[in-house]
Design a protein around this ligand. Sequence first.
Ligand code: SF4
Ligand code: SF4
Length: 372
Amino acid sequence: MFEGIKKFGFGLMRLPKLADDSIDVELVKKLVDEFLAAGFTYFDTAWAYSGSEVAIRQALVERYPREKFQLATKLAAWRATTQDEALKQFDESLERTGAKFFDFYLLHNMGDYRTKYFDDFKVWDFVAEKKSAGLIKNLGFSFHATPEELEKILTAHPEVDFVQLQINWADWDAPAIKSRACYEVAQRHGKKVVVMEPVKGGMLAAPPAQIEKILRDAEHESSPASWALRFAANLDGVAVVLSGMNSLEQMRDNVSTLKNFTKLTPAQEKVIDEARNELAKIPLIPCTACDYCANVCPQKLPISGFFAMLNHLTLFENKTFASRREGWLARARDKNPASSCLKCGKCESVCPQHIPIRKNLVRFVHEFERSD
Ligand code: SF4
Ligand code: SF4
C-alpha cells in the first residue's frame, strides 16, 4: 500500500497565507515543486482544512500527472448534523481537489465524542462502497484519544489499512497524548502508521533553550526540527511522516533530513532520551485529560484544556503559541471562562491525579484572562 512511497509527506493543514488571509497559492506551487523534485510524493489534506483542498488542486493536481503523486484527504463526520451532510463531504472533496480518486482516505479525528458520528451516519459502510468502486485506494483514520479507544476501533474495523497518529518525541510518554501506547496498539494490529504532528505544531522546531542546547551540542549542524522528524521516521511500521511547511527554508531543511534518512544510532537515540528527560524536569501539571472533573463541574469548565495551555506556556514561555496550539482543547472558554469557577471543589474530589485544580485555575486566569 505504501510501496514506493518515500517516508515524508507534505501536510497541508496550515498553508502559507497572504496579507488578506487567503492561501498563498503561488508559494504553495513552489513548495510542491521542490517537494516533488526531491522525490517525495505524498500529500495530506482534509475536507475540514479551510481552502486547502482547492489550493492543492491549483498547486498540484492541475499541474502534475495524476500518477506522479498520492493524495490523502479526510471526512469529518462530527462536523455534520445529518448523514447526508456528512457523506456529501466525499463528493465535495473530489470536486475541490479534482483528484478523481483518493489514494488514501481517512475518517478524520476519531476518538472521544467524535467516534459515534461515524457509526451513526454509517460512514464506514459508505467508504467501503467507495473503496469497492475504486474511488478510495486505501482506507484509514486519524486519531486523537486513548490507546484503549484505539484498540476498540481497530478491533471493530479490521478493514482499516492504516492509522494516522500524533507522534513526537515530546508526547511519546505524555499522559495526555500517550503517543507510544497508541503506536504500540497500531503495531499489534499490524497497521501501518502515518505520523502527524512530529514537530508538535512547530514547537519542537524551536524548543525551550535548555532542550535546544542538548540537541545542538550533540550535532551542531542539525536543526531541532530534523531531530523531531528523525525520531518519528525511525519507528518501525511508520510509513509516512507528515510535516506542514510554509516556507522554502523549512521545506529544504525537512527534505534534506528525510531524503537520505538512515536509522538513528544508539547514540542519537540517547540524545533524544536526554532531551526528553530534560523536558520532564520542567514542572508540568500532571493532568491526563480524563475529564472526570469537567463532568462534575457545575460551570462545565474545560479544565483539561486550560491545563494543556498552561503546560504549553510553562514549556515554551509563549502565550500566543499556547493559545494557538492548545486553545482548541479549551474552546468552551469563550462561554465558560476559568474566572467563572465557583471554587466549590467538586472537581478536586474526583481528580485521580489529586491536582489542586482551583489553585491552577487561578493561575490560568492570571496568565490568560487578565489583561493587566
Ligand atoms: S471548583 Fe470550579 S472548576 Fe472545580 S467543579 Fe467547582 S466550579 Fe468547576
Ligand atoms: S480530573 Fe484531574 S487529571 Fe482528569 S482531566 Fe481533570 S484535572 Fe486532569
